[in-house]
Design a protein around this ligand. Structure first.
Ligand code: NAD
Length: 297
């Protein structure tokens, strides 16, 4: 059928599904939180399913945007999972950021039944989801990548084929480990600079025209008041939650173990985010690392 299924209507998925509805698609959605379903219904023709399995009964194309590996396992393979309704016509797009090892085995199980699946995690954050400017990192066959274009372009701007199954997840976790280390380095520089008497605004403007310029210094500066409209100037609300960054760093560490890669800085930064989450700040943007280093809160 021409309907598109969407499962997982949270911070990201809610906007992504809304964009698909606004583009004129008839959606069939499912989430475990009713308020998240209601928010999407306002944006177009949206039916509500009773389970992932029910979504799969009604739609051949399905997008999933779930928090982490256990949720994806449940939605695809659980008691009321997609797998129980799978036909050769099904085309599944998992945009969650999860364990590449699991993605590989899920892909094998789905392909065995003649259906198609791609991993298509995203970067661009909640604003990218809202404005349909996300970058999709796609792992899967060339044919599946091509088939995904129409749907993904309605939710994002760049759709990049990374290679076979799970290489989209690999791209995503490598990007995020670099981002976490980069953010930590900016936070360390601004914290030390502050204590040495350099105004963080001045130091940031120097960094932004010098060799240490990066996304975390110029577009998501972690020092409160240096930039307007970023989480650090709004008590670290919104943005990319520390608990999700901790998850992605954990995924990178597990993946590195599986191939004996050495990523020592990732391990250190993962420990910081463990402490941040354990101290009750998991919901704050990952720029909160600056407050953690300052030791003020
Ligand atoms: P979220 O927690 O806001 O949303 C997840 C949604 O899934 C929620 O609505 C939740 O109710 C639903 N859900 C959970 N279990 C379910 C189940 N069994 N069946 C149906 N629905 C279920 O998370 P998010 O911020 O939207 O992130 C989703 C994914 O995208 C994560 O893997 C995250 O790492 C990744 N991501 C997030 C961002 C960001 O800035 N928030 C950016 C890039 C990638």
């Amino acid at each position: 059928s021409g309907k598109i299924g969407f499962i997982g209507l949270g911070q990201m998925g809610g906007h992504m599904a809304a964009n698909l509805a606004k583009a004129g698609n008839h959606l069939v959605v499912f989430d475990v939180v009713d308020a998240n379903i209601q928010a999407v219904k306002a944006h177009g023709k949206v039916d509500v399913a009773t389970s992932p399995r029910d979504v799969a009964k009604q739609c051949s194309t399905i997008v999933t945007m779930l928090p982490s590996t256990p949720h994806v396992t449940d939605v695809y393979l659980g008691k009321n999972g997609i797998v129980h309704e799978l036909t050769k016509d099904h085309f599944l797009i998992d945009s969650s950021t999860i364990d590449p090892g699991f993605t590989k085995s899920l892909s094998a199980q789905i392909s065995e039944k003649g259906a198609k699946i791609i991993d298509a995690p995203v970067s661009g954050g909640v604003n990218g989801a809202k404005n349909a400017t996300l970058t999709f990192m796609v792992g899967g066959t060339k044919a599946a990548f091509e088939q995904s274009q129409t749907v993904l372009k309605q939710m994002g701007k760049n759709v990049i084929h990374c290679g076979g199954a799970s290489t989209g997840q690999a791209a995503k976790i490598c990007n995020n480990l670099a981002l976490a280390i980069q953010m930590t380095s900016v936070a360390e520089a601004l914290t030390l600079g502050d204590k040495l008497g350099i105004d963080p605004k001045v130091l940031s403007s120097i960094m932004n025209t010098s060799t240490s310029q990066c996304w975390s210094s110029s577009l998501n500066n972690p020092y409160p008041g240096v930039m307007e409209g970023v989480p650090s100037s709004n008590e670290y609300k919104g943005g990319f939650a520390s608990v999700l960054m901790r998850k992605d760093l954990g995924l990178a560490i597990d993946a590195a173990k599986s191939v004996e890669a050495s990523i020592p800085l990732t391990s250190s930064v993962h420990q910081f985010y463990n402490l941040i989450v354990n101290q009750g700040h998991g919901g704050k943007d990952f720029g909160y690392i600056l407050k953690f280093l300052e030791g003020k809160e």
